[in-house]
Design a protein around this ligand. Sequence first.
Ligand code: CMP
Length: 131
Amino acid sequence: MIKPDAFADGHTGAILKMIEEAGFTIKAMKTVKLTAEDAGQFYAVHSERPFYGELCAYMSKGPIVAAILEKENAVADFRALIGATNPDDAAEGTIRKLFAKSLEANAVHGSDSDENAAIEGSFYFSEIEKI
Ligand code: CMP
């Protein structure tokens, strides 16, 4: 996902360019606006964390881009491309180092496993939307 601030600040094109130049294929993509309940469902794995409420409010504050990406070793390579969750810790040249504003407004989300990528992809896309 490209998160609300990165989308609102007009970084979608630059982020997608970095993703494609890193060798990812976009298999599905759309712009959506989540409700706080939608965000809560997407991030249910974090429901016991203290930041869950703020995370759901943040992710529903404006449009985002959801995409399914394909690449050999996609999960690990995407996490390397986006950088550490906290942009203060993100390496130079990573998407979060370039475009994140804070731990919450950290520009992008990437799945942390192939299993979660399948679950998260199906949250946004039906089978016929997955090319
Ligand atoms: P993301 O990769 O989308 O997964 C969950 C998000 O919660 C994370 O990026 C951060 O933007 C946000 N978040 C807010 N506070 C924290 C925290 N203390 N630790 C980890 N993630 C946090």
